[in-house]
Design a protein around this ligand. Sequence first.
Ligand SMILES: O=c1ccn([C@@H]2O[C@H](COP(=O)(O)O)[C@@H](O)[C@H]2O)c(=O)[nH]1
Length: 269
Amino acid sequence: MTLEKLYSQIQEKKSFLCVGLDVDLEKIPAQLLQEEDPIFAFSKAIIDATHDLCVAYKPNTAFFEAYGVKGWMALEKTINYLNENYPDHFTIADAKRGDIGNTSTRYAKAFYEDLNFDSVTIAPYMGKDSVEPFLAFEDKFAILLALTSNQGAFDFQTKTVDGKPLYQEVLKTASQYENSDRLMYVVGATKAEYLADIRKIVPKSFLLVPGVGAQGGSLEEVVKYGKNDQIGLLVNSSRGIIYASNGSDFAEAARAKALDLQQQMADLI
Ligand SMILES: O=c1ccn([C@@H]2O[C@H](COP(=O)(O)O)[C@@H](O)[C@H]2O)c(=O)[nH]1
């Protein structure tokens, strides 16, 4: 996937919505538990019901890995289904990886080559040699945690280091890495007021913004402070969309929630 293709999808659909696939067997409709692969059956139904309203899908790998080999197989089926049926959608493996370079390369191969995701989320903590292996793949993107949506973000990310908040140091340093044009950054919707400062450091980069919906972030504020001239935002909602209903109307209810967000986006861009 190229950035040009992603931007043209955003323009065409008037949407920068990313639907998060955080599949929890305790929350999906009971009827699906009869299926051979309930995790994939649920993901497929959500994808089919929302594809025209969003530009990206973000399976969070934890929700698949939690079911062991079966979960990993469901993740593979889900990404294959997306790539075969909806190849214009940007795909994000929310795996939050990163290790010494030698190991990061293996993670990158797993998500970009074996599974064929467009992108993977990574942690910045181990620095340049842990991040750059994820940037060595053409038309693939690494999405670096910058300022996360959770309360714990204030433990380290906003602490002052060398006169500036650590998350700003992460953005400044990472934007000088080799192939940094293949970097995007995670900024929580719950921290929308920080987006104006973030845009001064990374004016052109795409930002993955989780935290609207279940975590209470404001879409309007995210757009107000975070939009750039190519929108530059992928706003994720997971639980707020996929668990809108746990009855037999779950796919229609998910579509209605996605449509509501898409319409708000169309009004804001
Ligand atoms: O800072 C972060 C980074 C990642 N996430 C992930 O995004 C989704 C949010 O789910 P909701 O149900 O819409 O709250 C989930 O997979 C998180 O692990 C995040 O929330 N914040």
